[in-house]
Design a protein around this ligand. Structure first.
Ligand code: ADP
Ligand code: MG
Length: 373
């Protein structure tokens, strides 16, 4: 996380006043359970020590919303009265204003506000900077206006904002993963009942490798996979693929749809297995590798760069590795082995393969969504 004093300093530098509230919102790695959320399946995400800090203050005390984000060129400057009648947003402001707009839609009284955003979470890298930002904004704005929302409501509104105003028709994984995160615990989520519980993680940190191929959820592939899964569920005559049995899935005539559905069932089983391994103090590393292979061969959302990270990490002594997030680029997590050796091998494979350099960091698994000012 960005140091709170730096985040507050950034706010002061922009608005020349003192802030009243600051929220830290973590990124997440999804340990296992990929593309299962919108299929009524299971997932096991963990929040990390990188994320977004949103700082807010009274500003001009009128109806103006002013916002700035370190690293973004454009600033936001809009009157609340205009925001009420705006429904289409562009650029990064769709996350910020989307988060405020859902509160207005609910009829909550909102005052003008100054907002600064600081982040040490690479955006678009599959670590869920979008949901981290939305949850931070919704939480910060409700606190700023003395609106008392439960955590479930904050999560629900952040998810709604992402679909309705950010144009990203995503499942609930990221919003649950961040909104309900507890330090040093994984969140076990069952999307068929929308219920969650937490479980202990038998390790403190994970190696994260960003392919630096950055996807955008709103572009193409993700939406196509969602539509395929809806078609598969229709064929199965189920609300969600996850409600079907392996035997039922095997009757799907369309080979590609059958592969998508098979991934979902097998991935759900892997989530259960990893949770079980966690309870025995084990990492479930082999399950990560199987998950990656299934995302590559059955769900077809990996890319040459993430495949190479996984392959060369294993070659360098890792016990398991897989891509995380929606796919088509983004980051991988790596379990076991010597991180510096893995970094050396992956870097050299990328160079000889003619790919741009990836980035590496060790994530501590202690993130949670919280007020820090
Ligand atoms: P991911 O959630 O995997 O990081 P997305 O494509 O879902 O990738 O979301 C990335 C988008 O979220 C960015 O393009 C930007 O609009 C917004 N965003 C994330 N972090 C910030 C930030 N610190 N400042 C402004 N916008 C941000
Ligand atoms: Mg996102």
């Amino acid at each position: 996380m960005i140091d709170l004093s730096d985040a507050v300093g950034f706010f002061r530098a922009n608005f020349d006043t003192d802030p009243s509230t600051a929220i830290e919102s973590p990124g997440r790695i999804n340990y296992i359970g990929e593309h299962t959320d919108y299929n009524g399946g299971l997932a096991l995400p963990i929040a990390i020590d990188r994320g977004i800090t949103v700082v807010v203050g009274d500003g001009l005390r009128g109806t103006k919303i002013r916002a700035t984000s370190a690293g973004q060129r454009s600033i936001v400057d809009i009157d609340l009265d205009d925001l009420v009648s705006t429904t289409v947003f562009d650029g990064w402001s769709r996350y910020l204003l989307g988060g405020i707009k859902v509160l207005l839609d609910e009829g909550y009284p909102i005052r003008g506000v100054d907002i600064s955003i600081s982040s040490d979470l690479q955006l678009g890298s599959g670590l869920s900077s979008s949901a981290a930002l939305l949850l931070a904004v919704v939480y910060a704005i409700t606190l700023h206006n003395d609106i008392n929302l439960s955590r479930d409501e904050v999560v629900e509104l952040a998810h709604r904002a992402e679909g309705q105003y950010a144009g990203a028709n995503v499942g609930y994984l990221d919003h649950y993963a961040i909104g309900f995160a507890m330090p040093r615990r994984a969140t076990f989520i069952d999307f068929s009942t929308m219920s969650h519980s937490s479980c202990e993680i038998p390790f403190d940190e994970l190696l994260v490798v960003d392919s630096n191929v950055h996807h955008s959820i709103s572009s193409g592939g993700y939406g196509e996979r969602r539509r395929e899964c809806e078609r598969a569920a229709e064929i199965l005559n189920r609300r969600f693929i996850s409600g079907a049995s392996v035997e039922e899935v095997q009757t799907i005539a369309d080979v590609e749809l059958r592969l998508r559905a098979m991934h979902v069932l097998e991935e759900n089983a892997r989530v259960e297995e990893v949770r079980n391994e966690f309870s025995q103090g084990k990492t479930g590393a082999r399950m990560l590798l199987d998950s990656h292979k299934s995302l590559r061969d059955q769900f077809r959302v990996s890319c040459p760069e993430t495949d190479l990270i996984v392959e060369s990490s294993i070659e360098a002594g890792a016990e398991g590795a897989r891509m995380v997030g929606g796919g088509f680029g983004g980051s991988c997590i790596v379990v076991g082995g010597d991180p510096s050796n893995i970094e050396r091998v992956v870097r050299s494979k990328f160079a000889s393969g003619g790919f741009g350099p990836p980035s590496f960091f060790i994530a501590a698994l202690d993130g949670s969504l919280k007020r820090v000012l």
